[in-house]
Design a protein around this ligand. Structure first.
Ligand code: F3S
Length: 383
């Protein structure tokens, strides 16, 4: 890979061990994927924040970076952590709480903004054509597919390295020829709810792995929130970083049809809980303002009989005070900084998110009931 003189100096260690390490990570990655240069990025989004998923292993590495006084070179946001300090279940161990606080503090010292959300695009939406280095597969696929910015699906070390250098290797999603569809998915059933979109994503992701799908047959005015669920599902069961959903005249593509039974069967297989769980969790990926408003509307003047959590970012919660008040008056709670997958939950969960239902059996060893928001709310109210 060609490096500029300045990049070479960093690579040789003239700007310290931490910058050198970051540069080496980027060059290694670039060499692996055939990049010829580094390109500047507008922002980075960093995963590897939750102590629950991270564990102790990377803490010393993060400490050494901070000791070397490195700072991020571009606006950098962070993925959810393992708890919301305002809603701390009593059974969290003090060590879990202190280790999480330490990780957040280390990132903060490097200049990473503690957004602690997987939907950073609701805080500041990247512009079309911007090059980014984002981790968090659901944010990557939404950004590439819906917002039109360009990012590879980074891991936490490469997103952090890109943030520290302000650049990323020029390969994959940064090159137009790698963003083109190579499989057509014909939708031959009506997708009625956000849960149907997420379930479709899980089904198709499993089938196509890292191919790039173009969907035919989605409604013209499909909502961003439904595309968010579709992308989150696709990127959970497969490795896809982009999908297309606008009509295009393409010939000669491999074509797969998806019918009602495909979606229903996948939904059934994701619903592993035998009974309706007492814990209901909405907001994977983190809710938009419109989603918080919809939940509030459904709960207005009512009272939930089960634990009802709505996950979103702290910034969005601040901006949706009126709706948050309605949800909390009904006995629900708007949870920030975390989600059902990256926190410690020990009981079965009901969710409208196919991604959560896909992950909790392995990540949290609990079963899930998957159903659309309306049914989740009705269950919460019934007790
Ligand atoms: Fe976000 Fe957690 Fe889902 S990080 S995408 S809410 S698994």
């Amino acid at each position: 890979m060609h490096l500029t003189r300045e990049e070479e100096k960093i690579y040789e260690g003239e700007h310290g061990w931490a910058n050198q390490t970051a540069m080496k990570i980027l060059v290694r990655l670039g060499d692996l994927f055939g990049a010829t240069q580094l390109i500047p990025i507008k922002s980075a989004h960093i995963s590897g924040v939750s102590y629950k998923t991270l564990g102790d292993a990377p803490i010393d590495f993060l400490k050494s970076l901070v000791e070397n006084k490195v700072k991020v070179q571009v606006p950098s946001t962070s993925n959810p952590s393992s708890f919301d300090p305002d809603y701390l279940p009593r059974d969290f161990a003090p060590e879990q709480v202190s280790k999480q606080a330490l990780i957040l503090n280390l990132y903060k010292q490097m200049g990473v903004t503690p957004t602690l959300t997987c939907t950073p695009y609701y805080l500041q939406s990247p512009e079309r054509g911007w090059h980014l280095a984002w981790a968090e597969s659901s944010a990557v696929i939404y950004t590439n597919s819906v917002l039109g910015a360009w990012t590879n699906r980074e891991g936490s070390p490469s997103a952090l390295a890109a943030a520290l250098i302000g650049k990323t290797p020029d390969y994959g999603m940064h090159q137009p020829e790698n963003r083109q569809p190579n499989i057509k998915i014909k939708i031959e059933t009506e997708l009625k709810t956000e849960t149907d979109y997420g379930t479709l994503g899980i089904h198709v992701g499993k089938m196509i792995k890292n191919k790039i799908p173009i969907f035919e047959g989605l409604p013209k005015n499909v909502k961003g929130e439904n595309l968010k669920q579709l992308g989150a599902g696709l990127a959970s069961s497969g490795m896809t970083s982009i999908f297309h959903y606008k009509p295009a005249r393409l010939t000669g593509l491999e074509t797969v049809s998806i019918g009602k039974r495909n979606v229903e069967n996948t939904l059934e297989s994701l619903s592993t809980a035998s009974e309706k769980p007492n814990l209901i969790c909405i907001g994977c990926p983190h809710c938009s303002f419109a989603e918080v408003k919809t939940v509030a509307k459904q709960l207005r003047g009512k009272s939930v009989q089960r634990e009802f959590l709505v996950c979103t970012s702290r910034y969005l919660k601040e901006g949706a005070k009126e709706h948050v008040k309605t949800i909390e008056k009904a006995g629900g709670h708007v949870l920030c900084d975390t989600c059902a997958v990256v926190t410690w939950i020990k009981k079965p969960i009901m969710t409208n998110s196919a991604k959560t239902a896909y992950y909790v059996p392995t990540m949290n060893k609990v079963n899930a009931a998957l159903a659309p928001l309306k049914e989740c709310v009705e269950t919460a109210l019934k007790g």
